[in-house]
Design a binder for this molecule. Structure first.
Ligand code: AQP
Length: 331
């Protein structure tokens, strides 16, 4: 089973990214044939960014992935812009298998485009086509992602199907893997919205590398409701989110968490969630600094990963090009 997923080089990454995506990457790396993980810097340029900062954040993200347990011996870890097949295949798919109407329906584009103060780039609109190319260039069977990527994955499946119908069987139609618990970690301050890098209120987002005292403060001030029972309910999004977080980080079921905190106040429950999250993130935080300090080693790991990734993507994209009647015919 070939596994592929991508993560943006937004530096510190948050608890939602960690639970929804990174922990899945680590769990799956030995099952992949191979597991391929890509730091998607080409996606990051679709909103305003600073070039020097982008490189720094890419190293931060790579070091977080390695500190979380990704092992370049067990998986392929690389930088998207090192493998030109991603950009080439985006155009091949955009030109022949991607409908403008489908791109127009994407929630993420609608949400992100209204937040842009200057240019709303065509690249932001094309983001899902690039994501489809990322996945299809490796003929991935399985894509581990958080719930917010469901719509983009559906479109990637549609694009693969459209291409195959028009040019003959070329791409694997990928399945997604969205965790049952922790697929959509919500913002601590505004639990009706997902925890996000670009949230308006920094108090709602917990970062993987955040100082334990700051993590504790954020959980203590998390928005809850006027009730007092630690149990899930539609009208209790804040408490439901905290129950889900504690379930994942402590390895207990959500029912067990509710039973363990029956009769307890919200205040003591929030402190317990904070402590469990701090312990959950501690091993990553301890390993991160040493890995981040050695940029040459990070570059070497990414370079070796890119060579392995190119070796897989090259023939797949060449076959697509050939079926489309482009370039010199493949013998
Ligand atoms: N809140 C979340 N809960 C669970 N999973 C999540 N993911 C993102 N947010 C949550 C999953 O993390 C992976 C990487 O996402 P990304 O590369 O888009 O990372 P990002 O840009 O740093 O994260 P955000 O917060 O998603 O970005 P913005 O603020 O731009 O909206 C994906 O698998 C995603 O599903």
């Amino acid at each position: 089973m070939r596994i592929f997923s991508g993560i943006q080089p937004t530096g510190r990454k948050h608890l939602g990214n960690y639970i929804g995506a990174i922990s899945q990457y680590v769990d799956l790396q030995e099952q992949g044939d191979p597991a391929i993980y890509c730091v998607v810097d080409l996606h990051a340029i679709t909103v305003k960014y600073d070039p020097a900062e982008l490189r720094e954040r890419l190293y931060d993200t790579t070091a977080i992935l390695l500190a979380s347990g990704l092992d370049p011996e067990d998986c392929i870890l690389f930088r998207q812009s090192d493998v030109p097949e991603h950009t080439e295949l985006t155009w091949l798919l955009a030109g022949t298998a991607t409908s403008h109407g489908d791109l127009n329906r994407m929630h993420q584009f609608k949400e992100k485009s209204v937040k842009q103060r200057e240019l709303v780039s065509a690249g932001l609109f094309f983001y899902p086509a690039l994501m489809a190319a990322d996945i299809l260039a490796y003929n991935a069977d399985l894509v581990p992602v958080g719930d917010d990527q469901r719509q983009h994955l559906e479109l990637a499946r549609q694009i693969a199907t459209n291409f195959n119908n028009r040019f003959g069987d070329t791409f694997t139609v990928p399945e997604w893997r969205i965790p049952e618990v922790g697929a959509r970690i919500m913002d601590l301050k505004n639990p009706d919205q997902k925890m996000s890098t670009t949230s308006d209120n920094p108090a709602g987002t917990v970062y993987v590398l955040e100082d334990p005292k700051a993590i504790e403060k954020k959980f203590k001030s998390a928005t809850t409701d006027s009730g007092s029972e630690v149990r899930r309910a539609l009208d209790k999004p804040g408490i439901s989110n905290l129950i889900e977080i504690l379930s994942v980080v402590s390895g207990r079921s959500m029912e067990q968490v509710e039973a363990d905190f029956e009769g307890q106040q919200y205040g003591s429950f929030k402190v317990a969630v904070a402590e469990a999250v701090i312990e959950y993130l501690r091993p990553v935080q301890e390993k991160y600094s040493e890995l981040r300090a050695d940029e040459a080693a990070l570059e070497a790991a990414l370079g070796a990963g890119a060579e392995k990734a190119s070796a897989i993507a090259g023939p797949i994209v060449a076959a697509a090009r050939d079926k489309m009647g482009l370039g010199r015919p493949v013998a």
